[in-house]
Design a protein around this ligand. Structure first.
Ligand code: 13P
Ligand code: SF4
Length: 302
C-alpha cells in the first residue's frame, strides 16, 4: 500500500472505530503526523485521563500505554508494536522495589513515570521529567525519599531541590550511553555560540554544560522563542523541532541518540493495529487501582 493510501485508511478507521491516537515526541514524524495529540509524558498522561473515545491507540512505549490504561480504564488501549518497551522502566521490578523499601523504612517512594504498573503500585507518588523538581519541593525537607528507576533524573532533582535522595541505579541507554560528554565538548567547540538544551535523563557530566534542562515539551517550547540551539535528547524531538523551525540553526547533540523502541512503530503497524485491535493493554483491576494512586498524587500537584 502507498503511504497516502495508508494514511487515508488510518483516518477512515479512526473515525469508524472512534479512536484517539496519542503519540510521544520521539516517534517518527510520519507517525506524529497521523496522531490527534503529540507531547511529552506528562501531557500524554493528562490527555489519556480526559479522552472520550472507544479506543486509545498509543504510539509510544509500553509504560506510556499502560499509564493511559490506568487513567482511562473504560477505554480499550492499544500498543501497535507488542515489544515496544522502555529498557529503563524494566531496570527495577516490583519485588526489587519492595526490597529497596524494606531497606529504607519510613522513606517516601517516588517513581518516574518510565516504570511498570507494578512499580507504580508500590510507589507513593509518580513524576515525569517536567514535574519531578516541583513535586519534591512540596515535600517536607526532612522527608527521606527513594527515587526509582532513573539515577540521572533522581540526581538532577536532588541537586535542584538540595535534598538527600536515594536513587536506584537505572538509566536510559539513549541519554546515558548514546550521548557523551565528548559529544558536548565537540559540539561546543564547533558551535560555541549555540545553547545546549538537555533532558534530565542525561548524566550530570552532560547536564553541567546545559543552558536549559527540560522535558521534551520544555525543549520544544524553548525552541519556539530561541535560535542557535543544540538538542540533547532522542533525535525524534530534534526532527520535530527542526521541521517546526526550518529557518533556525538547530542541531542534534548526537545523531546516534536513537530510541530503537520508539522507532519500532511505523504507519503500517498503526494501520494493522486499527484493523486487528492489537495489542491490547490489560491490567488487573487491583493492580490498576494501586498504580493509579501514585499517578493521581502526581496529577494533583501538576
Ligand atoms: P518526556 O516526558 O520529557 O517526553 O520524556 C520521556 C522519555 O521517555 C524520555 O526518554
Ligand atoms: Fe525509555 Fe530512554 Fe526510550 Fe525514553 S528514550 S523511552 S527512557 S529507552
Amino acid at each position: 500500500m502507498e503511504t497516502q493510501e495508508m494514511i487515508n485508511e488510518i483516518n477512515r478507521l479512526k473515525k469508524e472505530k472512534n479512536v484517539v491516537i496519542l503519540a510521544h515526541n520521539y516517534v517518527t514524524l510520519d507517525v506524529q503526523d497521523i496522531a490527534d495529540f503529540v507531547g511529552d509524558s506528562l501531557q500524554l498522561s493528562i490527555e489519556a485521563s480526559k479522552v472520550k473515545a472507544d479506543i486509545i491507540l498509543f504510539c509510544g512505549v509500553r509504560f506510556m500505554a499502560e499509564t493511559a490504561k490506568i487513567l482511562s480504564p473504560q477505554t480499550k488501549v492499544l500498543l501497535p508494536v507488542e515489544d515496544a518497551g522502555c529498557p529503563m522502566a524494566d531496570m527495577i521490578t516490583g519485588e526489587q522495589l519492595r526490597q529497596f523499601k524494606n531497606n529504607h523504612p519510613n522513606a517516601l517512594v517516588m517513581c518516574y513515570v518510565n516504570s511498570t504498573a507494578e512499580v507504580k503500585a508500590e510507589s507513593d507518588i509518580c513524576c515525569t521529567s517536567s514535574n519531578a523538581v516541583k513535586i519534591i519541593e512540596t515535600l517536607p525537607r526532612d522527608q527521606k525519599i527513594l527515587f526509582v528507576p532513573d539515577q540521572n533524573l533522581g540526581t538532577y532533582a536532588a541537586h535542584q531541590t538540595k535534598r538527600h535522595i536515594i536513587v536506584w541505579d537505572g538509566y536510559c541507554p539513549v541519554h546515558h550511553i548514546k550521548m557523551t560528554k565528548q559529544d558536548v565538548l565537540d559540539m561546543k567547540k564547533q558551535y560555541p555560540k549555540h545553547k545546549l538544551l538537555v533532558h534530565p535523563e542525561c548524566p550530570t557530566e552532560i547536564i553541567k554544560y546545559a543552558h536549559v534542562v527540560a522535558s521534551t515539551k520544555g525543549m520544544a517550547d524553548y525552541a519556539k522563542e530561541h535560535d542557535n540551539l543544540i538538542i540533547g535528547t532522542e533525535v525524534g524531538l530534534f526532527e520535530q523541532i527542526k521541521r517546526d523551525n526550518p529557518d533556525k540553526s538547530i542541531l542534534p547533540l548526537a545523531s546516534k541518540a536513537i530510541c530503537v523502541n520508539m522507532k519500532k512503530i511505523h504507519l503500517k503497524d498503526v494501520l494493522t493495529s486499527l484493523q486487528t485491535e492489537q495489542y491490547e493493554i490489560t491490567l488487573s483491576e487491583e493492580l490498576r487501582k494501586a498504580a493509579k494512586k501514585s499517578i493521581d498524587a502526581m496529577l494533583k500537584l501538576s
